[in-house]
Design a protein around this ligand. Structure first.
Ligand code: NAD
Length: 308
C-alpha cells in the first residue's frame, strides 16, 4: 500500500481509448513519488462521447488535472474553460490543469520536441525548419515552432486536405501576430522537398513513415543529396529507435550528434505537463534511468507513454 495516499491525496489521470497500454501512470507516479507530492495518477478508458462527462467528474472530484489521448483530444479542447495558445491554434488538448474548477487545456506535443531539441543542445529560434506531415503531431510541432521563434516552417504532406487544415491554422496565427514564415506543399513536389532540406537547418519527420511494424524501413526523404553536415534531423518515431531516415542522414553527411529519435519527445511532453500540474521540473534524467532499468528487465514502459 502506497504510504503517500491520505485524505488529501489528489487524483490525476489519462483519458482515452485504448488506454491499458499507457505508460503515463508510471511516468507521473514516479515523478510525484520523487518529490513526495500527495497525488496519484491513473488511466481511465474514455471514448470521445464520454469526454464531457469525464470533465464534469474532474471538476466534481477536484482532480488536479490529467492528460488526454486519442480519440478525445479535440473533444476535450471544445470543452475547456481556457486554452493555452498552442492548444487554441491546434484545436486539441493533451494536458488539462484544474484550478478550482476552471479547466485549462494545453498541448505539450510540440513543446516535447522543442525541449528535446534543447536537451540535445539545439535551439529552434531563427531556424529554417522542414516539417514532414500535417497530422496531429505535425500540427502541434508546427504551431510550437512558430510560437517559439522559428524563422520558417515549410510543411510537406501526402494529402491536400490536412495541408489545407494546417494552412488555416497558420493563417490564424498570422492574424494574431505570429511572425514565423509558413509554407505548405505536397510531398509529391520532390525536388522542392530536396531543395528545402538542403537549405534548411532542422528536418522533422512527424509522420508515421518509418514506424514499426507497418512502416519500418521507409523514409520520405529519398534523395540523399538533401542531407548536409549542419542539418539537424529529428524523427518523432520512437520504435524503432533508429529509423531509416536517421540511418540515411548518418550515412549521407549529417553529424551523429545532430540526429535525434522520438523517445525524448515522449518524456519532454510529459515533463512539460508535469510542470503544469506541479510547478516543478520532472526528474527527467532519473526517470530515464528508471525506465531504462525496467526495459532491461523486460518491462518496457517508455514506448507506451504517448498521448497520440
Ligand atoms: P496522424 O494520423 O494525425 O498523422 C499521420 C501523418 O502521417 C499524416 O501527416 C499523414 O499524411 C502521414 N502519413 C502516414 N502514412 C504516410 C505515408 N505512407 N506517406 C506519407 N505520409 C504519410 O498521426 P499523429 O498523431 O500525427 O502521429 C504521427 C506519428 O508521430 C506516429 O507515428 C506517432 O507514433 C508519432 N508520435 C510520436 C510522439 C512521440 O512522443 N515521440 C508523439 C505523438 C506522435
Amino acid at each position: 500500500m502506497d504510504t503517500r495516499i491520505s485524505g488529501k491525496t489528489r487524483l490525476l489521470g489519462v483519458f482515452g481509448t485504448p488506454i491499458k497500454h499507457s505508460g503515463s501512470p508510471v511516468m507521473y507516479n514516479f515523478s510525484f513519488n520523487y518529490y513526495g507530492i500527495d497525488c496519484v495518477y491513473l488511466a481511465f478508458d474514455c471514448g470521445e462521447s464520454q469526454m464531457k462527462d469525464s470533465l464534469t467528474a474532474m471538476r466534481r472530484l477536484n482532480m488536479r488535472g490529467g492528460n488526454v489521448t486519442m480519440p478525445c483530444k479535440q473533444e476535450a479542447a471544445r470543452n475547456m474553460d481556457k486554452l493555452s495558445p498552442a492548444a487554441k491554434f491546434v484545436g486539441a488538448v493533451n494536458t488539462i490543469v484544474n484550478d478550482g474548477g476552471i479547466l485549462t487545456g494545453h498541448n505539450t506535443d510540440g513543446t516535447g520536441v522543442v525541449l528535446d531539441l534543447k536537451d540535445h543542445g539545439k535551439t529552434i529560434q531563427n531556424k529554417k525548419i522542414v516539417l514532414l506531415g500535417a497530422g496531429g503531431a505535425a500540427t502541434a510541432i508546427m504551431v510550437q515552432c512558430a510560437l517559439d521563434g522559428a524563422k520558417s516552417v515549410t510543411v510537406f504532406n501526402r494529402g491536400a486536405a490536412a495541408l489545407e487544415k494546417a494552412e488555416k491554422i497558420g493563417e490564424k496565427m498570422k492574424k494574431e501576430g505570429v511572425s514565423c514564415s509558413l509554407d505548405y506543399h505536397l510531398l509529391s513536389a520532390e525536388e522542392l522537398l530536396t531543395e528545402s532540406v538542403r537549405q534548411g537547418d532542422i528536418l522533422i519527420n512527424a509522420t508515421s513513415v518509418g514506424m514499426a511494424p507497418m512502416n519500418e524501413g521507409q523514409s520520405l526523404v529519398t534523395d540523399m543529396r538533401a542531407f548536409h553536415e549542419d542539418l539537424v534531423v529529428y524523427d518523432v518515431i520512437y520504435n524503432p529507435e533508429i529509423t531509416k531516415l536517421m540511418k540515411d542522414a548518418a550515412e549521407n553527411g549529417c553529424r551523429k550528434e545532430n540526429i535525434i529519435g522520438g523517445k525524448g519527445m515522449l518524456l519532454w511532453q510529459g515533463a512539460c505537463a508535469f510542470q503544469l500540474f506541479s510547478g516543478l521540473e520532472m526528474p527527467v534524467h532519473e526517470l530515464k534511468e528508471f525506465l531504462e532499468k525496467r526495459e532491461k528487465e523486460g518491462i518496457p514502459v517508455l514506448r507506451d507513454i504517448v498521448h497520440e
